[in-house]
Design a protein around this ligand. Structure first.
Ligand code: ADP
Length: 479
C-alpha cells in the first residue's frame, strides 16, 4: 500500500509536472520554429515581389511598348531564382499568362487566394499558404502592378514549402528526442530515488512492528545519515525507553511483592506465636504492637499504590483550602521523631515563628512531607542527621529536608522522580514515592528540586507559592 502511494505521489508531484513542462516546451518551440521559417520565406518573397514590381514600373515609365512585353516575358522565363521559386505574370482577368518554369505549379483549377487578397488589400500584396491540387505545399505572394494598358496586372511568386517543412520537422524531431531523453532520465532517477526510500521504510516498518509485538530487543540498523536515519534512531530510542520502562515495571512488581511480603511474614509469625502463648501479657502486647505497626505499613503502602494509580488515570483529586503548612510539616516531623531516635539519626527541625497561609490539600501535602522525611531517614545510616527547615523566599514557601545519607549518583539524579525508578536497591521502597510527591506538588503549582552528593547527603527542596486561588472543580472529594 505504502509502496503504491509513495510512487503515485512522486508520479503526480514530479513526473507529471516534468512531462507537462516538456510538452509545453516542445509545443512552444514547434510553433516558434514554424513561425520563424515561414515568416523568413514570406519576407524573402515580398522582397522579391517589390523588387520585380518596381523594376517593371521603371521600365514602363516611358509607356507600354511591344518591347516591354517581350522583355518582360524573357525576364520571367529566365528568372535567376527559378530553381527554387516560380514567378508568374497574371493578366487582368486573373489568368497566369507567363511563368518562369514554362509550366505552372498551379493549373487553372488551382485557386489563387493571394491574388484575390492583393486586389483588395491597400498595399496591393496578397499572401497564401496552402496545398495545390497535386498535394504540394506552397507559399504564394502576389504583388499587383498598376501599369496602364498593361497585359500584366500582377506578379505572383510561388515557392514550394517542402524543404522548409522538412527542416522544421527535423528540428522538431531533435527537440522531441531531447525531451524524451530528459523524460527517461527523470523517470529512471525518480524510480531509483523512490525505491531508495521505499526499501528502508519497509525495513523500518517491519522492525517497528517487531518492537510493537513485544520484541523489545529488536533494533533497526541505521540506513542512512538523512531523515530516514534520524527516524531509525528515534525508533531505536523508543525501543530503549520501552525496554527500560518494561525493566522498571518488572523491578517494581518484584520490589512491591517483597515490600508486601515482609510485613505479612511478621504479622503471620506473630499471629502464630500469639496463638500458642496467648497467656503471656507482655508477649501478647509486643505481638499486637508489631501486628498493628506492620498492618499500618501495609495500609500506607496500599494507599501509596492507589494514589499512584489515580495519578496514572488522571483521577487524583485535591481538596484545596486555606491551610497552615507548618502544622502539617510539624505533624510529619513528629511522626518520624521516634523512628529517627530508634535509628540513631539526629533529626533537627528549625520551626519558624510563622509562615503565610497557602491554598492546598493538607492531607496530600502532609503525605509529601512524610514521604521526603521517610526517604531522608531510610537513606541515612545510624549516626547521621536529617535537618528540616521552612522559610519564606519571595512569593514562595520553601521547605528543605537535608540528610547526611548515602546520596544519589549524578546519573540517577535526573530520573529519581520518574515512576518506578529506584537508584538504590539496598533499601526498601517501591520507587513511586517521589513520583507521587512530585505530582502533588505540581498540582499545587510548586516544584521539587533535589540536590545530592554521593556519600555526603541529599537535600530535597520543596517550593510552594504562598497563595494560589483555588482551582475550578477542585473541591471534588478524593476518588
Ligand atoms: P523509594 O520507595 O524507592 O524510596 P522514591 O520514589 O521515594 O522511591 O525514591 C526514588 C529513588 O530516589 C530511591 O529509590 C532512591 O534511590 C532515591 N532517593 C530518594 N530520596 C533519597 C535520599 N534522601 N537519599 C538518597 N537517595 C534517595
Amino acid at each position: 500500500m505504502a509502496v503504491k502511494s509513495i510512487a503515485q505521489r512522486w508520479f503526480i508531484n514530479s513526473f507529471a509536472v516534468v512531462l507537462g513542462i516538456l510538452v509545453a516546451i516542445v509545443t512552444a518551440s514547434g510553433v516558434l520554429i514554424h513561425n520563424f521559417y515561414y515568416s523568413a520565406v514570406r519576407q524573402a518573397l515580398r522582397a522579391r515581389a517589390s523588387t520585380v514590381s518596381s523594376m517593371m514600373l521603371r521600365y514602363s515609365s516611358g509607356g507600354v511598348t511591344s518591347n516591354f512585353y517581350s522583355d518582360m516575358r524573357s525576364y520571367i522565363e529566365s528568372f535567376p531564382d527559378k530553381d527554387y521559386m516560380e514567378l508568374m505574370a497574371v493578366d487582368p482577368y486573373g489568368n497566369v499568362s507567363v511563368t518562369s518554369s514554362g509550366f505552372s505549379y498551379t493549373n487553372k483549377w488551382d485557386r489563387m487566394p493571394d491574388y484575390d487578397e492583393a486586389l483588395t488589400s491597400p498595399d496591393g500584396i496578397g499572401y497564401y499558404v496552402g496545398k495545390l491540387s497535386n498535394g504540394q505545399h506552397i507559399m504564394a505572394v502576389t504583388q499587383t502592378v498598376s501599369i496602364i494598358n498593361s497585359e500584366y496586372s500582377a506578379m505572383r511568386f510561388v515557392v514550394s514549402l517542402e524543404t522548409v517543412d522538412r527542416m522544421i520537422l527535423n528540428l522538431l524531431l531533435i527537440i522531441i528526442g531531447i525531451a524524451l531523453a530528459v523524460l527517461a532520465l527523470v523517470l529512471v532517477s525518480g524510480l531509483l530515488f523512490v525505491r531508495s526510500i521505499i526499501r528502508p521504510v519497509r525495513e523500518i516498518g517491519s522492525a517497528a512492528r517487531q518492537i510493537a509485538q513485544g520484541d523489545l530487543k529488536s533494533r533497526i540498523v541505521k540506513v542512512s545519515d538523512d531523515e530516514l536515519g534520524e527516524l531509525c534512531e528515534t525508533i531505536n530510542f523508543m525501543a530503549d525507553e520501552l525496554e527500560n520502562s518494561e525493566r522498571l515495571k518488572n523491578e517494581f512488581i518484584s520490589s512491591v511483592s517483597h515490600e508486601l511480603r515482609t510485613p505479612l511474614t511478621a504479622i503471620k509469625g506473630w499471629a502464630e506465636t500469639l496463638m500458642t502463648i496467648a497467656d503471656d501479657p507482655a508477649t501478647l502486647q509486643k505481638g499486637m504492637r508489631v501486628i498493628t505497626a506492620e498492618t499500618e505499613r501495609l495500609s500506607d503502602m496500599v494507599e501509596e499504590l492507589l494514589d499512584f494509580s489515580r495519578i496514572q488515570n488522571g483521577r487524583l483529586r485535591m481538596v484545596f483550602q486555606k491551610m497552615d503548612i507548618l502544622a502539617e510539616l510539624g505533624e510529619a516531623v513528629l511522626t518520624y521523631a521516634e523512628r529517627a531516635r530508634q535509628e540513631n539519626i539526629d533529626m533537627i527541625y528549625n520551626e519558624p515563628e510563622m509562615l503565610p497561609f497557602i491554598y492546598g490539600d493538607k492531607n496530600r501535602l502532609r503525605q509529601v512531607f512524610i514521604n521526603v522525611i521517610d526517604n531522608a531517614i531510610k537513606y541515612s545510616d545510624p549516626g547521621g542527621s536529617v535537618k528540616i527547615d521552612a522559610f519564606l523566599r519571595g512569593e514562595d514557601i520553601v521547605i528543605t529536608v537535608a540528610d547526611s545519607g548515602i546520596g544519589i549518583d549524578p546519573e540517577d539524579l535526573p530520573r529519581i522522580k520518574t515512576k518506578f525508578y529506584k537508584a538504590n536497591y539496598s533499601r526498601r521502597g517501591s520507587g513511586i514515592g517521589l513520583a507521587v510527591a512530585d505530582e502533588i506538588i505540581q498540582m499545587h503549582h510548586g516544584r521539587i528540586d533535589i540536590e545530592s552528593t554521593p556519600g555526603v547527603g541529599t537535600t530535597v527542596i520543596i517550593s510552594l507559592p504562598v497563595q494560589e486561588p483555588p482551582e475550578e472543580g477542585t473541591e471534588a472529594a478524593k476518588v
